[in-house]
Design a protein around this ligand. Structure first.
Ligand code: RB5
Length: 148
């Protein structure tokens, strides 16, 4: 059974430093962090890292995932191509709370060229500390999942 406090992290080359800061922060909060890299700074392709992280979530290995690239946009698009993934880009804590509370997001994306580390960690806290509200929002999330 998936631990509810096990989370996968991945990024492309543009976000390695921020990803590692996020990993330290989340581990200090008591989460089991699965950081699947990359660890070296060579240019790489964000789609494969987004997809690999997403598959850790849909396989049940991890309950949640956070992915990062320069803008957060490309790796979010790649993650969302994996059926069952609901990933939103966040650049503010309000959006991070709402994608959990209303959209039952199981992944979040951050842009390392958009936000600084301090704001990123506040966004991460908002995402991790918020539960899905269910109710009418569950109906809407089911509609997302039923769309092809
Ligand atoms: C890499 O240069 C950049 O395109 C990537 O990190 C990301 O911003 C794509 O969405």
């Amino acid at each position: 059974m998936t631990s509810t406090r096990r989370i996968v992290l991945s990024s492309d080359h543009a976000a390695i430093d921020l990803r590692q800061a996020v990993a330290r922060h989340i581990a200090a909060k008591g989460w089991d962090v699965v950081d699947i890299g990359p660890t070296t700074p060579e240019s790489t392709h964000y789609p494969k890292h987004g997809q690999a992280a997403a598959e850790r979530v849909t396989s049940g290995d991890c309950a949640l995932g956070i992915v990062l690239c320069g803008t957060g946009q490309g790796i979010m698009m790649a993650a969302n191509k994996v059926p069952g993934i609901r990933c939103g880009v966040c650049a503010d804590p309000f959006s991070a709370r709402m994608i959990r509370a209303h959209n039952d997001a199981n992944m979040m994306s951050l842009g390392a060229r958009v936000i600084g580390e301090g704001l990123a960690l506040e966004i991460v806290d908002a995402f991790l500390d918020t539960a899905f509200e269910g109710g009418r929002h569950a109906t809407r999330v089911d509609m997302i999942e039923q769309a092809s």
